[in-house]
Design a protein around this ligand. Sequence first.
Ligand code: ATP
Ligand code: MG
Length: 258
Amino acid sequence: MGKKITVAVPKGGVGKTTTAVNLAAAFAIAEKKTLLIDFDPSGACSVSLGFENEKLKGDIFQVISFIKHIDSVIHHTDLPMLDFIPCSINSAEVEERINRLTRNIHLFENILNQYALEHYDYIIIDCPPYLKGLTTVALAASDSVLIPIRAGQFSITALKKMYSHICLVRENLNKRLVVEGILLTMFEKNTKAWGLTQNAIYSNFGSDVLETIIPKSTTISEAEFYGKPTMLFNIKSPGSVAYLKLANELMNKNGQGS
Ligand code: ATP
Ligand code: MG
């Protein structure tokens, strides 16, 4: 049975999409059949994987609106073990679809459990930088949440909000939701901002912080520009090595280590 991991935190530009795309690619390289679902109407995962909007054959909202079957919106990628479902190819209809989805919070979960779970080892869901609506629907459907965070004054505030929301989701929607881990992203050694952020994160959330740290790396943003996961751009770059290490750490946690 597959594991569903949502990537979320109520803070923009912290590396959620980069983590969702590169972790999914790293699982696929480790020969785990993986499905990446873009759940952010900005559609950034499509850009990171090199899909042009006009060439997409459907999106997750069409599945939820019963316009298309999930099988018909699964896009194959350059990695044989990685499939992808995009978000919002027709922005005019998105609002109505989101409303429909948030009225029936378990619909997404039911569709995944019924039609996708048995085909994949991992399902990774990339969320927008807010908690209500789509992120809550994703959390209601997931086994765990991976929380990327970068250095900065507001990181601890965002983490505290995230944890309160996880408690609410657990109490009201999904008892089995656990924290997969807090992932430090865009890390820069020996900087004051990171020193302060690390101290605060370790003292407040120590046991949940993952061992793997993603360094700040120009290769990661360059690869995105070329529409590739960083491993397909330069497998030896520090960013690729870090995301492969992250996949390994999570597989070991889940008893699927190599
Ligand atoms: P949003 O909340 O807007 O969806 P996000 O949390 O998904 O943002 P990303 O889009 O993944 O954040 O990353 C924000 C920017 O930082 C992107 O331009 C990305 O290329 C860059 N970036 C992410 N991770 C790294 C890294 N480790 N090193 C260098 N640049 C990075
Ligand atoms: Mg994003």
